[in-house]
Design a protein around this ligand. Structure first.
Ligand SMILES: NC(=O)c1ccc[n+]([C@@H]2O[C@H](COP(=O)([O-])OP(=O)(O)OC[C@H]3O[C@@H](n4cnc5c(N)ncnc54)[C@H](O)[C@@H]3O)[C@@H](O)[C@H]2O)c1
Ligand SMILES: [Zn+2]
Length: 398
């Protein structure tokens, strides 16, 4: 069990010009490092202005996106920019969301690139949410045994999580992300204005991850939650989240230690997502419930007090995220948590807070007994129409 180190979330600003804007826009530049590879992450309005320079040297450029994203103002701008400044050979549209992340679709995409004349000196630009950046990245990792790619994330979740860290993937019919490769992009260009066209639930999904980064550092939580209260997310907060992921990935590229901290709220959250058949809750909403669960479980284990639970739940509520689920689903979620059926919930390793100073630190590899988990399920369960009801066992511990 190890305590996390504090992340450096202070924004570093750099001034650059945004296309079509009157004055200079603030674009934050973060240097991501993965093994031998270093790449820049640009966050701010007009971040895609860096595309022409990044495409230099490529014999052909392939834009991989989906119809919905191409129809947005950012989609139109990126297309126009590539047409005007780069050797754009093909625009390949993937089916929306997870449907575009299959091996069959990757085969179709690779054929389209070949037919358009792409070679091992070509470059892929992946423009879209995490599904597109995962698929475009995997295509780049495998086309001609690997070509460079640039990620232009257009969802909040992709800007703070999916497009950072170099993991690319496709789904198999039996399992999500079952095949993939580590293939860091040449750059990540995140323009928060893209989020203006994002459906509210998709934005809320990303908010779950933003509040998670806040909860990893108690001193940042209320600021990050406040940033999620409206429909416009402060680019500085997006950049701070990206930097936190960059810092953790740099420290632990192979996910043996500190990177597990990023799974705060994900153990029970994955169970909630699966129990809701991946439709009822977005990933971020499920993670929000999972975070409320993690803090309540930590309280049952005597690791934090009431104040920490209240603080994290208030932050989640401020961001418009759920902290309770109906009783039947709350119980069902336990059976969907990622552990071997032969083992008990006690065999799971949790990512949980522990009180320190006036706040808390988050630790991974924490064990919790079956009884504590079951009692926390009772706490998290909301009866229909009585979302804040607590069970007797929960009350008994207060
Ligand atoms: N590689 C990693 O490290 C990593 C990490 C986390 C998640 N992921 C993956 O990310 C995926 C989820 O990504 P997501 O949450 O971004 O969902 P998504 O990519 O499925 O996008 C959600 C929806 O929003 C639409 N959309 C995207 N940008 C838009 C915009 N600007 N305006 C309007 N509509 C827009 C998409 O077309 C889609 O319908 C999953 O496949 C997950 O496995 C990968
Ligand atoms: Zn997540």
């Amino acid at each position: 069990m190890k305590a996390r180190r504090k992340a450096s979330a202070a924004p570093r600003r750099q001034v650059a010009s945004a296309p079509g804007s009157e004055g200079p826009a603030v674009v934050e530049l973060i240097a991501a490092q993965q093994g031998e590879v270093t790449y820049p992450i640009h966050v701010g309005p007009g971040a895609d202005a860096a595309l022409p320079a990044l495409c230099e040297g490529a014999d052909q450029v392939a834009l991989v996106t989906c119809k919905r994203v191409l129809a947005t103002p950012l989609g139109a701008r990126v297309l126009a920019q590539l047409q005007a400044t780069a050797p754009l050979a093909v625009v390949h549209l993937l089916p929306d969301g997870e449907k575009g992340k299959t091996l069959a679709e990757l085969e179709r995409a690779a054929v389209a690139l070949l037919e358009a004349g792409c070679t091992r000196r070509s470059l892929v630009v992946g423009l879209g949410g995490g599904a597109v950046t995962d698929a475009a990245g995997f295509l780049a990792a495998t086309f001609m045994r690997g070509v460079p790619w640039i990620a232009v994330p257009t969802t909040l979740l992709a800007m703070v999580d999916a497009a950072i860290g170099g993991k690319t993937a496709a789904n198999l019919p039996v399992a999500k992300n079952a095949v993939g490769a580590f293939h860091p992009p040449r750059a990540v260009l995140a323009d928060p204005d893209a989020l203006l066209t994002l459906p509210a639930r998709e934005l809320s999904s990303g908010k779950g991850e933003v509040v998670k980064y806040g909860a990893l550092d108690a001193s940042l939580l209320s600021h990050f939650a406040e940033a999620c209260a409206g429909t416009r997310i402060d680019p500085a907060v997006i950049a701070a989240c990206a930097r936190m992921k960059v810092d953790v990935v740099r420290e632990d590229p192979n996910e043996h230690g500190p990177r597990k901290l990023l799974n705060l709220g994900h153990t029970y959250g994955h169970g909630v997502e699966a129990a809701g058949r991946f439709k009822r809750f977005t990933h971020g909403e499920a993670v929000a419930v999972g975070m409320a669960f993690a803090f309540r479980l930590a309280r049952r284990l005597g690791r934090v007090g009431d104040a920490a639970v209240a603080t994290v739940e208030a932050a989640l509520a401020r961001a418009g995220l759920p902290v309770r689920v109906p009783a039947a689903l709350a119980r069902d979620a336990v059976h969907h948590m990622a552990f071997d059926k032969k083992r008990t919930a006690a065999g799971l390793r949790w990512v949980l807070p522990r009180a320190e100073g006036g706040g808390w630190v988050v630790e991974w590899d924490v064990q919790a007994g079956d009884e504590a988990v079951a009692e926390t399920v009772d706490e998290i369960a909301a009866g229909a129409g009585t979302p804040r009801r607590r069970t007797r066992s929960a009350k008994g511990k207060r």
